[in-house]
Write a protein that binds this ligand. Structure first.
Ligand code: SME
Length: 137
């Protein structure tokens, strides 16, 4: 890996690569804790622009993961009460937290236009990616 390139550029490339490589990954992005605030801030992403550039802890799927420190696989977003819609095309979502030194500092967020597309293989794959991302932060 080219360690001289800015982290955001490398994460941007990773988002594009994931989105282009996996047909059921339609939006791929990173949210990170916004300093010491109890909120997430949108980082690099690939896919349609989203209004949700700041998400308070507890709000939506992403905000819940900021508090739970657990993966959150949503096979059908229409069944979720606490959900922030980015696009009417989105049917499913997966959010995997990123830990640095045991602290939940952000997450990988993926939206799919397919209902129930995420398997255990996606979870394991994205946990591996989250671990690799943690190493470069
Ligand atoms: N759907 C997310 C908001 C972020 S967009 O998916 C990019 C949520 O409910 O937290």
């Amino acid at each position: 890996a080219d360690r001289s390139r800015p982290v955001d550029d490398r994460l941007q490339d990773l988002c594009g690569l994931l989105r282009a490589s996996v047909p059921h990954y339609n939006w791929v992005g990173f949210y990170f804790r916004n300093g010491k605030r109890e909120e997430l801030k949108l980082g690099p992403y690939a896919g349609d622009p989203t209004d949700h550039t700041i998400i308070p802890f507890g709000k939506g799927i992403c905000g819940q993961v900021a508090l739970s420190n657990q993966n959150f696989v949503v096979p059908d977003v229409s069944a979720q009460d606490n959900y922030l819609a980015c696009s009417l095309n989105v049917k499913a979502e997966i959010v995997v937290p990123i830990f640095v030194g045991g602290e939940n500092i952000g997450q990988i967020d993926i939206d799919s236009h397919t209902t129930d597309p995420f398997s255990e293989a996606d979870v394991e794959f994205l946990e591996t990616i989250a671990g690799e991302v943690a190493r470069i932060l």
